[in-house]
Design a protein. Structure first.
Length: 373
């Protein structure tokens, strides 16, 4: 027992929601924990394990079942159906996993760090008397807005032209996240949240080599559900001038309407600039701007690399992120949609020219992003 007290490493199970944008930030957090001497195990579904096991490096992985072992979320048919099913079977299979480790002298579980989309992770932790902590993969500002909606202090549907939330700038309805950083601004939100819960700011959750370089050779962001031909893309980029290429990505979930896709394609052609519609690519010297849905991961990646953002939010937290990118952090520009909600080709041209014209405003966007990291 004495030997265990001196040498035993705490063991944390990391339980992300089984989507790329949730797994990768928690993977980066796991690397940091492991660097501090804490044993971490990533827990994912049997279906995703087949895809990601080679992408997690030194972080061990164990599996639970969500019933959809052969097709994952796509097999469920919808997010709602998936959440309903995993709520029924997830706690049971997670319990079995913890039981497996329970009697081990060196791998018993001490803590569960779980995704907000998997709230039952805390129920399982309490069942075993373990510490439980929720890991939010969105910005503090978005979490704070959700809290006020939950408390009923922001009424739905939103009808006011201005929405005021403590610690945040005045928001318009178009800045609000879907409802079913600078350090100064983030700290205001954290200080307010700390009045209600124990809270710790973690991040940005991107590879160490793009930040403090504390973790040697930590260049991999994580896994991708898609299979981009990265080598071919980088070879093509090597032939382009520095800061001349437009990089386009809308993440793994956002889906554009056909009309919007056509307008974006036309706008890219009309800009008369090279573009690449495919994280290693974003870091290339020739990339000068990033057209993105403004998911939180994409936003952090671009800012850490000093790439000006052209924000075209689609849903979830993206509108709020776009608000901060364009108006608060000033690391990019937000596209303007017409009365049909479509961002037209001419608007894309306007935004691209603004972030690639080499003006003082463009240079300030690059500098603001780099300072934020």
């Amino acid at each position: 027992m004495e030997k265990r007290n001196k040498e035993y490493k705490p063991h944390c199970l990391i339980l992300p929601y089984p989507l790329q944008g949730h797994i990768n930030p928690m993977l980066q957090f796991s690397k940091r924990l492991a660097h501090k001497g804490i044993r971490t195990t990533m827990v994912t579904t049997k279906y995703l394990f087949k895809t990601i096991q080679k992408s997690l490096g030194s972080i061990p992985v164990e599996t639970i079942s969500d019933v959809y072992d052969n097709g994952g979320l796509a097999e469920a048919g919808s997010v709602v159906a998936y959440l309903e099913k995993i709520l029924k079977v997830g706690p049971k299979t997670l319990t079995e996993l913890i039981e497996k480790h329970k009697n081990s002298s060196d791998s018993a579980v001490d803590c569960i760090i779980y995704d907000p989309f998997i709230p039952w992770g805390l129920d399982v932790a309490k069942k075993f008397g373990l510490v439980g902590a929720m890991f939010f993969t969105q910005s503090c500002a978005v979490d704070q807005i959700y809290y006020y909606v939950y408390k009923g202090e922001i009424k739905l549907p939103i009808t006011d032209n201005e929405i005021r939330v403590p610690g945040l700038p005045v928001l318009e309805s178009s800045d609000m996240p879907s409802l079913f950083m600078f350090t100064d601004h983030i700290q205001q939100v954290i200080d307010w949240m700390a009045n209600f819960w124990p809270v710790k700011a973690i991040g940005p959750t991107i590879p160490s080599m793009d930040l403090d370089k504390m973790l040697l050779n930590d260049k991999e962001y994580g896994f991708s559900i898609l299979k981009p031909d990265t080598d071919a893309c980088k070879e093509w980029l090597h032939e382009r001038q520095t800061r001349s290429v437009i990089y386009v990505s809308f993440g793994s979930l956002a889906q554009l309407e056909v009309e919007q896709m056509e307008e974006l394609a036309n706008g890219l052609r009309m800009s008369n600039r090279c573009f690449l519609w495919v994280l290693e690519v974003l870091a290339h010297d020739s990339v000068g701007s990033f057209i993105t849905h403004c998911g939180w991961n994409s936003t952090l990646e671009a800012m850490s690399l000093g790439i000006p953002i052209v924000a075209m939010p689609c849903w979830s937290d993206q509108s709020t992120n776009a608000k901060f990118v364009s108006d608060i952090w000033k690391t990019g520009i937000r596209t303007r949609a017409d009365e049909k909600g479509i961002v037209r080709d001419t608007e894309f041209v306007r935004c691209v020219e603004l972030v690639l014209d080499g003006s003082n405003e463009c240079n300030q966007m690059e500098g603001n992003g780099k300072r934020s990291s």
